[in-house]
Ligand binder design. Structure first.
Ligand code: GLN
Length: 244
């Protein structure tokens, strides 16, 4: 079940999180340590979104290929630095397509979003929730996947002006109510704040004074990694984080 990470802090090259740290995302793609609910490797695509210094909106690079097979990415990631990064590697849920557009992060304006998990009984289970969305939202889903639909549900609340700290856990609660047993680790950022839920999958946080890193699995052996209990919301900026 996919792995994702989010970083806020001083600008750093993307490459450390993607390739260089001992348990970087590329390692988690072929040797994840804590896959739950099926899946063994994360080879069905990847994506990375980052905010160039001074920019409001993120840049995104996605692919349907395994992250280790992209020959251009290591150099690109070494030459690109950012203080706000969201990246993911994907293990497609059975029956869902392996396409670039199904890989996180999903984006809208300033937002980047990722989902690690599965909606049980997809798609019927959430037909009622999706039915409340404007038809344009359904027609413009990135891909016919549970993750893209979850992004449409979160995005609708954000567009309606709901604060992200309410919108993200509200979608988790609403989906769990109609699709019990779903795994819904969501990760959202606007480049200054991050919101991450734990619902059925692992998540850890590593913080120092001026940086916060949230990841499905710790990227190194530093003792400062803290595991987030299930059923919680992590809210973070570069200099602050809390589990609520
Ligand atoms: N169900 C989602 C997909 O297929 C996410 C998969 C995952 O977390 N492994 O894209």
């Amino acid at each position: 079940m996919c792995r994702h990470l989010g970083y806020l802090g001083p600008p750093v090259p993307l490459r450390g999180f993607l390739f260089d740290l001992p348990h970087a995302l590329a390692t988690q793609a072929w040797a994840p340590r804590d896959m739950r609910g099926g899946g063994t490797i994360n080879a069905d695509g990847f994506g990375v979104g980052w905010y160039p210094p001074g920019a409001d909106a993120p840049v995104r690079y996605r692919s349907s290929m395994p992250i280790w097979s992209d020959a251009a990415l290591p150099a690109l990631a070494a030459a690109t630095s950012s203080g706000a990064i969201l990246a993911a590697v994907r293990s497609a849920t059975a029956g869902m397509p392996v396409t670039e557009t199904a890989a996180a992060p999903f984006t809208d304006g300033k937002w980047l979003f990722s989902h690690n998990g599965v909606v049980r009984g997809w798609p019927g289970a959430i037909a009622g929730l999706a039915g409340d969305l404007p038809v344009e939202d359904l027609l413009t889903l990135d891909a016919p996947t549970d993750s893209a639909a979850l992004w449409a549900l979160v995005r609708a609340k954000l567009r309606a002006g709901e604060p992200p700290a309410k919108a993200v856990p509200a979608v988790v609660d609403e989906v769990l109510a109609v699709a019990p047993g779903s795994r819904l680790n969501l990760l959202l950022t606007d480049g200054t704040q991050m919101f991450a839920t734990t619902a059925g999958h692992a998540l850890s946080v590593c913080a120092r004074d001026d940086a916060v890193l949230i990841a499905s699995e710790p990227l190194d052996a530093l003792p400062s990694w803290k595991s987030v209990p299930d059923g919680r919301l992590v809210v973070a900026t570069a200099s602050y984080w809390e589990i609520t």
